[in-house]
Design a protein around this ligand. Sequence first.
Ligand SMILES: NC(=O)C1=CN([C@@H]2O[C@H](COP(=O)(O)OP(=O)(O)OC[C@H]3O[C@@H](n4cnc5c(N)ncnc54)[C@H](O)[C@@H]3O)[C@@H](O)[C@H]2O)C=CC1
Ligand SMILES: O=C(O)CCC(=O)C(=O)O
Length: 392
Amino acid sequence: MKYKCLNPIAEVGLNIFTEQYEKTDDMNQADIVLVRSAAMHEMEFTDNLKAIARAGAGVNNIPLDKCAEQGIVVFNTPGANANGVKELVIAGLVMASRDIVGGVNWVQTIKDETGVGKLVEKGKGQFAGKEIEGKKLGVIGLGAIGVLVANAANRLGMEVYGYDPFISVDSAWNLSRDIIHVKSRDDIYKNCDYITVHTPLVEHEDPNINTKEMINSDSIAKMKDGVIILNFARDLLVKDDDIAVALKSGKVAKYVTDFPNDKTANMEGVIAIPHLGASTEESEDNCAMMAVKQLRDYMENGNIRNSVNYPNCDAGVCTTAGRIAILHRNIPNMLSQFTGAFSALDINISDMVNKSRGEYAYTVIDVEASDNTEVVAKLTGIKGVLKVRVVK
Ligand SMILES: NC(=O)C1=CN([C@@H]2O[C@H](COP(=O)(O)OP(=O)(O)OC[C@H]3O[C@@H](n4cnc5c(N)ncnc54)[C@H](O)[C@@H]3O)[C@@H](O)[C@H]2O)C=CC1
Ligand SMILES: O=C(O)CCC(=O)C(=O)O
């Protein structure tokens, strides 16, 4: 089996591949792809491609529907880089409150003069700031990162407000009881001195689901004067032109972004970090290991864990002679056609697992026959079947 890495993937993860797996530079030869932030929307995928693993959380660089249509399972690695991002968000809170960046840059301008120590004591007043303790922080999106940020800020003495209409049970369990749970984004906007966004980028007509450009002139108008906004999620969550106006007027005191672009990189009042949230040894290792383990389980057993376009499915390890995995549409009458195809060829089904997610479904069938070439051809011809894999 061949794998291609579209971005550098930590060696400790790639080492989990056995000798059954071989690295390729040719996308057309790849059975599986590992990716971080590389843009995949314009790529064409061959029938050979079976799975893509995003070593990270955000999957907006991957065409999920196109992949699902081609029977390509897309995985991500939820939570594996959350601590790395949390730590940088805390740094962002402090950097936006104390002019650390301005001060450090200023020292570079005086470093060759004599009496630097005296100059520092004389000039440091221009970089004085505020403390974060006692201030109000609003966290929009209480997933793996948002929960860690909320709890850490709370431990640093901030009063933390959290908003997430789709919060998972796990996140709810992990959230400190001190976090003030609010029911609308507006409650965050009107109350908080600092606002940090930790949602995926979602474009949707329902404004409660949509996150694209959720920070815009309307939402900013509802915020406190001098608010500080942090964006370690995706640049398109914030409308750049609106933040520019708000920074100029002082309505927004600072905008900290991990996603500088042509506009924000040149904006006064912006602290621009070059997408370093997950760039730690630990996060990169965690993501790579999780991605490779999930890919191997899919390739070797047909199991799906942490997919973002197909249902999760655990069929365990196959103990019979053969295992066939079918990626198909979630429409009526599929299972009866599958079992009919096997019975027409007199093949006994030992076990079957069927799972669905939205428009797509996944069926794993264990059989007592070891040569399943004929039944695979039959299954492939069924309307609504997107891909058939012989796992064993
Ligand atoms: N700067 C960086 O290097 C990194 C950035 N990210 C970005 O951060 C985002 C969040 O990452 P994780 O916390 O790991 O993901 P996650 O999936 O654990 O959490 C996302 C949370 O957002 C919530 N959410 C979704 N739509 C919402 C809405 N309309 N309003 C409020 N909450 C909403 C979900 O319910 C979920 O709890 C990722 O999608 C990615 O874009 C993630 C990792 C690294
Ligand atoms: O791989 C990276 O460094 C980017 C991490 C990220 O943005 C994500 O996981 O969503």
